[in-house]
Ligand binder design. Sequence first.
Ligand code: C2E
Ligand code: MG
Ligand code: MG
Ligand code: MG
Length: 281
Amino acid sequence: QAKLKGGAQYQVFSQQIAEYLLEKEVIERALTTALEQDEFELFFQPYVCSKTGLIAGAEALLRWQSDSLGRVGPDKFIPVAEQSGLIYAIDRWVIEHACRSLAEILKTQQNSTFSMSVNVSNTHLQQPGLADFISGVVSAMALPPKQVEIEITETATADLDDRFLANANALKKLGVGLVLDDFGTGYTSLAHLGQLPVTKLKLDRTHTAEIGLKQPADTPGVAKIVLEFAHAYNLSVTAEGVENQQQLDFLNSEKCDFIQGYYLYKPMSFKQLLELLSGKG
Ligand code: C2E
Ligand code: MG
Ligand code: MG
Ligand code: MG
């Protein structure tokens, strides 16, 4: 009986694996033509400076409307792109388009300090030439380098290698910001963080979501710890995933530098972003 049951479970399990592999294959095939068929679009989610309450910049978020699959979210297709190597071309497309959008914003907003944050895959940071590519785009579009920020997820620092550090240091030299995204979900050691020329931490939204909820044995909660830690190291912090007033109040009282989340702004099209920035939003 037990054996039979185990067999049935195995069948369900292997069927799930088969479906997963098939889905991956289908996504990968559709992805290979996505760039040439112009199926990508960038959305932009503004973030706000807590001190001034003003929009300080926006994060570019990739959207894919596949001809054959319809809308597919980045959480689904980015991992497939990473495994297949397609991510390099996709990241370059994103960097170029995000920078072009920034250039357009700065053209209409003179002396603006508006910054553009661009997500780049961790594997890409280990690719020689990434910093050169970014440098080329930034100078071709005559952008102030410090108004461009590259976001990488915290897990990247787990396998710090020389090529990774070379890219990170080249970005620092260039003046482009380096942001550790989803901070508090990986396992960056303090030693690693000291080695990396990071300019900003992004508190992962799971920790933002815990704000106001009861903590085990009255511990302070990760949000507070990350903020104190970051400020001790002169790093600024963006809280992501802010969804309510209680979270916002807490983050302001703890001097969190930047706020991002649905409570303030959802990701929007470039047209909507321009309207928002020109006061017509
Ligand atoms: P991320 O960089 O941490 O981006 C934040 C994600 O949280 C975005 O999802 C955003 O829409 C969502 N979000 C923002 N505010 C809230 C909120 O208040 N509540 C909740 N529940 N969610 C919120 P999205 O756009 O689906 O992106 C998911 C992930 O995909 C990103 O996480 C990033 O790691 C990756 N990604 C997105 N665009 C790109 C890209 O252009 N290149 C690369 N390499 N990765 C990208
Ligand atoms: Mg991000
Ligand atoms: Mg994030
Ligand atoms: Mg994330």
